[in-house]
Ligand binder design. Sequence first.
Ligand code: FAD
Length: 289
Amino acid sequence: MKITELFKKKMTFSFEVFPPKIEQPMEPLFETLEHLYRYNPDFISCTYGAGGTNVGRNLEICKAIHDSGKSIALTHFTCIGNTRESIREQLKTYLDSGIDHILAMRGDLPKGWEGTRGDFKYANELVEFIKQSFPQFAIAVAGYPEKHIQANSFAEDIAHLKIKVDAGAEFIMTQLCHDVDKYSRWVDKIRRANINLPIVVGVMPVLAKDATIRMAVSNGSSIPGDLAEVIGRWGESPENFKKAGKEYTIKQIFRYIDAGIDGLHIYTLNKWKDVSEILNNSGIRVSGD
Ligand code: FAD
């Protein structure tokens, strides 16, 4: 079953996890996955380290998800620092392991880099390569409701999104965007640009003050008034902040559902307990625990 088939029937529900650092054990993540499976996610995505630093672990995690038979595995994949031949080899390994869903990206340029130092400059070239060489993959691309931080304007960023969509993408997965009104305005803009693919919206749980600010700012994402209020009122008390942040996250989930999204994707930050509490309290997904 491909995720693209599911969009025709329902709003999908999914999670993102990331590989632990190389010096840390994998067991806690495998335990996290067991807890996440209880929510019957349509798919679980696994991030790909900057410049492919944790490729082995990403593959191991995607394979574990696939082999569990409990969810579809979607790998994130970046072309930065990768040659065409190394990408071909890696993609073949993913397919041989049963992983046929991919979020195809350029990746962030490390400080001091001018370009990707690889064979592809932008994500659209990677998408085109995958489409031609490995048509078995269902391909997602990244979308930026508040525009990509390096893009000069929305118009430019949306023109580039259109190029990667036309290269063969089948759905869009969004960058964190706390402001649902901004998301809706971006959707209007991309629909007017004739980008009509399903959109899976990523929701970042609000759990800790510094991380919430850091993640938003590093992506050029705004902090709307009601989130600023949570930070201002509860920022000095981690426990109260987490409680208020979870309530804020639940409201945000419902605002996105009301906006009419094709898929809800929770960035779990590998914190299954917090995510479970958010989901159980929201009532949108109740685990068998
Ligand atoms: P592109 O689509 O190539 O765009 C990059 C920039 O170049 C944009 O400003 C765009 O407007 C411009 N551009 C695009 N095409 C052209 C063109 N043809 N000509 C001129 N300019 C162009 N990073 C990781 O390292 N690992 C991850 O696992 C990861 N997961 C992510 C998950 C999601 C849902 C999202 C939204 C992002 C994720 N990222 C991840 C971050 C991502 O790699 C960065 O945002 C990166 O800087 C851009 O990748 P992209 O594929 O969107 O690039």
